[in-house]
Design a protein around this ligand. Structure first.
Ligand code: ADP
Length: 223
């Protein structure tokens, strides 16, 4: 009789634990849904690994709906830019590489040439589009209904300028986030300006730019 009572208590204790777990998971689920709808931030410090994994998948799924604009002069596109573009294609649903028209008084390549080189170099990524823009970046981003501006940070020297730009853009358009990404270390010293200089002085630029750009740079420098 005593044993039977013990067994009953054990079963009851298991059942009540299971009920608690189900209730807790239902409460968790509904709080996730509420937070999804309201966009509220959650405190994850008390959570287990599964929760974090679920949250990451959730967050990535949300980011996947984003259209990001990657603006620049791209005079010309380098392997550093491409490294960043590839990283962007993995995070954002669509990535628009936006060439700033007339960014410098005397660019080496015309806007049309820069666009052509970019299209050639990014044709492997289906979710990449190359476009041209004038004037205020946030205006263009608004017009494209973009949620994100993507920028590259190579070294601390980029940071100050990029921070200023990002904060000013946020002031002009609070709904657009600037996202910074770092290229592979091998490209952290690479800039279009350096590539142009090396090429003009007859130095070798292979490995720094895509082959199509290398050929165009060579023919420009020989003229
Ligand atoms: P640059 O500064 O070389 O003239 P752009 O004006 O075309 O190039 O730069 C567009 C964006 O690409 C900027 O956010 C810049 O920081 C980033 N960028 C340029 N070169 C690289 C690189 N080697 N690696 C990562 N990001 C880069």
């Amino acid at each position: 009789m005593l044993r039977f009572g013990l067994k009953l208590r054990l079963i009851w204790s298991h059942m009540s634990k299971a009920c608690h777990r189900i209730a807790a998971s239902a409460a968790e689920q509904s709080s996730i849904e509420v937070e999804r709808e309201t966009g509220a931030t959650r405190d994850f410090s008390q959570r287990g690994t599964n929760d974090r994994i679920e949250w990451r998948a959730d967050a990535l799924a949300t980011m996947k709906t984003a259209l990001a604009i990657y603006p620049g002069s791209f005079d010309p596109v380098t392997n550093g830019h491409l490294d960043l573009i590839e990283r962007g294609t993995k995070i954002f649903d669509r990535l628009v590489v936006a060439v700033l028209r007339n960014s410098e008084k005397d660019p080496m390549f015309t806007t049309a040439e820069r666009v052509e080189m970019l299209r050639e170099a990014t044709k492997q990524w289906e979710n990449v589009e190359v476009d041209v823009f004038d004037g205020l970046l946030v205006q263009y981003a608004r017009q494209r209904k973009a949620q994100v501006i993507l920028r590259g940070i190579r070294a601390i020297s980029d940071y100050e300028y990029e921070l200023q730009m990002a904060l000013m853009n946020r002031k002009l358009e609070p709904h657009i986030e600037t996202v910074f990404m770092m290229p592979a270390e091998a490209y952290s010293y690479l800039s279009s300006r350096l590539v142009r200089e090396i090429s003009n002085l007859g130095g070798t630029i292979s490995g720094l730019v895509p082959p199509t750009v290398e050929a165009r740079l060579k023919s420009k420098s020989q003229k």
